[in-house]
Design a protein around this ligand. Structure first.
Ligand SMILES: CC(=O)N[C@H]1[C@@H](OP(=O)(O)OP(=O)(O)OC[C@H]2O[C@@H](n3ccc(=O)[nH]c3=O)[C@H](O)[C@@H]2O)O[C@H](CO)[C@@H](O)[C@@H]1O
Length: 357
């Protein structure tokens, strides 16, 4: 599984590796030495092979930095020598610059490659690799930039694990009883959510953390590892507000009644699998504003509400209160479950198995 960089590329690789291992294959993660993928692979008990990787600038953002190109070249050499020795049945690429050494290395050695594209537009690294890939599994019915004959719709592979609510709450150090809100700004956190959510919730729920019509609330907020120390002092007087740098997502989704999130495909797919209603704040800088489109499709399905970042301060509190009402939550939960990506890891593993060497 060649992957790396952000959770959006790494967790579908974890889900696919698990599925292939359950079918009797061996699988490991190939990514950047020291990257987030190395930590996640270890936490998830998966093998890891690290290589160097270099960022190629996105089109329209100027020339790539020559030092990055050098790193990419060294990574390709390292990946090739690992793959030549290991001779895997296939290399599966999940996108992100750290997936490139493994995928291009495999292609140059004539090993089969299969890709997964998580977004509705083909990413840069996948564009470089798609021509020689045997197939591309997709999360959306149509992917801009990908010829239809290469594409197979499989959905977004997610970790298909649910914990009993009481076990999930205990694992996160939360209580039984209050309405539980998860705040999660993607795998690196979100400065916009970190900035606006604590004060907005303090404003609408008061220092006691109570809904206007009564009922206690507790919040678990994944700030992103780099930003935890900025958020902690701002909520120190709110015993119901727990900031963490990075959260165990299976536990968090199993415990949450409602979540305030960005709109990356991984986050939306996991929320659907767990039936968690969403208040979504799409990342305005995402390529071609794809997060807004992702979020609007969830809203149209009735499983969430979009709050645009430009209107965050005035609109977030109202959206949270509206979605917190029990009737509204029940309806949104049904709509979320109807979008569940359950089975995507299995469908993608079927596709990979078709091309195993
Ligand atoms: C800034 C950017 O370009 N973001 C992209 C990136 O998002 P990003 O990497 O944020 O990805 P997603 O929203 O797709 O997924 C985040 C993943 O990280 C996990 N997680 C997150 C926080 C935490 O505390 N614990 C945890 O486990 C989530 O459970 C999820 O599995 O990849 C996605 C899929 O290619 C794209 O749709 C997003 O637009």
């Amino acid at each position: 599984m060649a992957t790396g960089g952000t959770g959006g590329h790494i967790y579908p690789a974890v889900a696919t590796a698990r599925e292939l291992m359950a079918r009797g294959h061996e699988a490991l993660i190939l990514g950047q030495r020291g990257g987030m993928e190395e930590r996640v692979a270890r936490e998830q008990g998966l093998g890891f092979q690290g290589v160097e990787a270099g960022k190629l600038a996105r089109s329209g953002q100027g020339r790539p930095d020559p030092r990055e190109l050098l790193r990419a070249a060294r990574g390709l050499r390292e990946a090739r020598s690992f793959l030549r020795e290991k001779r895997p049945g296939a290399v599966v690429g999940f996108g992100g610059f750290a997936s490139l050494p493994g995928v291009l290395g495999a292609q140059s050695l004539g090993l089969p490659t299969v890709l997964h594209e998580q977004n509705a537009r083909l990413g840069l690294t996948q564009r470089l690799a798609a021509g020689r890939a045997r197939a591309v599994g997709t999360a959306y019915p149509r992917v801009i930039g990908l010829p239809g004959r290469k594409a197979t719709l499989v959905g977004m592979p997610v970790r298909e694990e649910r914990l009993p609510r009481s076990e999930a709450l205990a694992r996160l150090g939360l209580q039984e009883g209050p309405l539980t809100i998860l705040v999660m700004g993607g795998s690196q956190g979100s400065l916009a959510l970190n900035g606006a959510v604590p004060d907005t919730l303090r404003h609408v729920l008061g220092v006691e953390g109570l809904l206007p019509e009564g009922g206690a609330v507790q919040v678990i907020h994944s700030t992103g590892p780099r930003w935890l120390s900025d958020v902690v002092p701002r909520v120190r007087d709110l015993p119901w507000y727990q900031p963490v740098g990075f959260v165990d997502a299976v536990a968090a989704w199993s415990a949450a009644d409602l979540a305030i999130t960005r709109a990356g495909t991984g986050t939306l797919a996991e929320a659907a699998f767990h039936g968690v209603p969403l208040v979504m704040v799409p990342l305005p800088e995402s390529a071609e504003n794809h997060q807004l489109h992702n979020a609007l499709s969830v809203q149209e399905a009735g499983a969430g509400r979009v709050v645009e970042q430009a209107r965050l301060e005035e609109a977030l509190g109202g959206a949270v209160l509206e979605c917190a009402s029990p009737d509204k939550r029940a309806a949104m939960r049904e709509a979320a479950l109807a979008r569940s990506p359950a089975g995507a890891a299995g469908r993608f593993a079927d596709l990979v198995e078709r091309f195993l060497h």
